[in-house]
Design a protein around this ligand. Structure first.
Ligand code: GLN
Length: 462
């Protein structure tokens, strides 16, 4: 079942119970085992939780706002006494001693967690091929990638193994796989969902995001988990956020994006058609020039690799992580442990990040990128003072074939061109699946900071 309303109606009418529902999802997980979606399935625990919920329903007790939702969790989000490895050998067998705020709040509202999904190592990647557990395959065509880094989260929803998936989005990792797999994927405003218990990649970009086929289930989940958390100083106190109103949202788009040489003709066509439709429905739709397109990917990769090189310091095999070496010499010990524990892509990023932060290059790269980030933010502020919603493609094309880009990192990085914007500026953004006769793809709506609920409302009409 892929619709929260329908699930709740059937629960209420006694046509199904939570145990049956969880069993249905477990059967789907088994059926699609070949796609390599789950690293671990919490079968026993999910069934036990379901039985408790069924008792609550039978006794007419108050139910949490997420009852009826069964969710998967990406392998970068911590749950106490459960393994979490960020798709890396470095955290092989690591068990978390805490539960992330987002998951704790969801559990408090009666969500059921069914398992832990595969992902690119430390959430670095766009294809789910950089995982120590091997790639996850796209359910629409198993010869193709599901996107990344939350590729398996998207496939877990795509193949109906759960209703909602928790992922993380540093530069598109929720929206891009959502686009490749034909589901909805949202990255909320930076700070809207606490990052406590999310394994850090690039802290000023990272944000927990949500995927589903059902926008109501996605919205309910966001409402339940968002808001201030004393354990994350960057989390937003929503009581101080002014709410605006859009009765008839105005749209804008960038002609530079529409005419981008990498944009496939099908997606370009869909975007143009959407623009015409919006106009026909009485919305203001304006073309706004954005001359910073070519700076997005370089700025993103300079800053995120810098932050990653610092965040990943802690994996030395002593404080955290895989221990291969028995060397007594500290340098050799670090080198051996980190060489064996990290995969190629993670090492590449640590090297890049260390380089852009190094004494001779700091001003030329890191500082320069910080300044460009500011220009991007200022420009978007001006754009959103005149339009409510920015319309973009999510991806340049449909999902590529397995192996196609894995040996060409720059080509893989460039594919992130339309998603990194939201993270550079901290904006809320959502990818919505479009009609397609072939492989799925999505279009993306972006809004001003903290207009997340309005964005969801607009997405319903969109
Ligand atoms: N593909 C991007 C990267 O590799 C985004 C990843 C993410 O959002 N976690 O950095």
């Amino acid at each position: 079942m892929t619709n929260l309303n329908e699930i709740r109606q059937q629960l209420e009418a006694g046509k199904i119970n939570m145990v049956d529902l969880v069993k249905q999802y477990l059967a789907k997980i088994k059926e699609h085992a070949r796609l390599n979606i789950y690293i671990e399935v919490y079968e026993k625990e999910a069934l036990e939780r379901a039985a408790i919920l069924d008792q609550k329903i039978a006794k007419n007790e108050n139910l949490g706002s997420l009852h009826g939702i069964v969710a998967s969790v990406k392998d970068v989000i911590c749950i106490k006494n459960h393994k979490v490895t960020a798709g890396s050998k470095m955290l092989d067998n690591f068990e978390s001693q805490l539960t992330s705020t987002a998951i704790q709040r969801a559990i408090d509202q009666d969500i059921i967690i069914i398992g832990r999904t595969n992902c690119d190592e430390f959430a670095m990647g766009s294809s789910n091929e950089h995982s120590v557990y091997g790639p996850t395959l796209n359910g629409a065509d198993p010869e193709r990638v599901p996107g990344g880094s939350s590729g398996a989260a998207a496939v877990s929803v795509q193949m109906n193994t759960c209703l909602v998936a928790f992922g993380s989005d540093t530069g598109g990792s929720v929206r891009q796989p959502a686009s490749f797999c034909g589901v909805i994927g949202m990255k909320p405003t930076y700070g809207r969902i606490s990052r406590y218990g999310l394994i850090a990649y690039a802290s000023s970009f990272d944000q927990i995001g949500i995927l589903s086929k059902d926008i109501d289930a996605l919205a309910e989940t966001l409402w339940a988990v968002e808001g201030k958390d004393d354990l994350d100083s960057t989390s937003i106190d929503l009581s101080s956020v002014k709410s605006t109103d859009w009765d008839n949202p105005s749209y804008c788009y960038f002609p530079e994006v529409l005419d981008h040489p990498k944009l496939s003709s099908d997606i370009k066509h869909a975007l143009k058609e959407k623009i015409e439709k919006l106009k026909a429905n009485g919305h203001k739709v304006k073309a706004v020039s954005f001359d910073l397109i070519d700076y997005l990917v370089p700025t993103y990769y300079v800053l995120t690799t810098a932050e990653a090189s610092s965040n990943l310091n802690r994996y030395d095999g002593i404080r955290y992580g895989y221990q291969k070496s028995d060397k007594r010499n500290i340098n050799d010990l670090y080198i051996e442990n980190r060489s064996a524990g990290f995969g190629t892509e993670v090492k590449r990023r640590i090297m890049m990040g260390t380089f852009v932060l190094s004494v001779g290059y700091f001003d030329a790269y890191f500082n320069k990128a910080q300044k460009v980030r500011r220009l991007i933010i200022d420009k978007l502020d001006r754009i959103f003072s005149e339009s409510d919603i920015l319309l973009m493609p999510t991806t340049t094309d449909i999902a590529w074939r397995l192996g196609e880009k894995v040996d060409d990192p720059v080509e893989m990085y460039l594919s992130d061109i339309f998603t990194v914007l939201a993270n550079l500026a901290g904006l809320p953004a959502i990818s919505l699946p479009q009609e397609s006769s072939g492989m799925p793809f999505g279009l993306q709506l972006l809004a001003k900071n903290n207009n997340d609920h309005l964005l969801l409302q607009a997405s319903r009409n969109f």
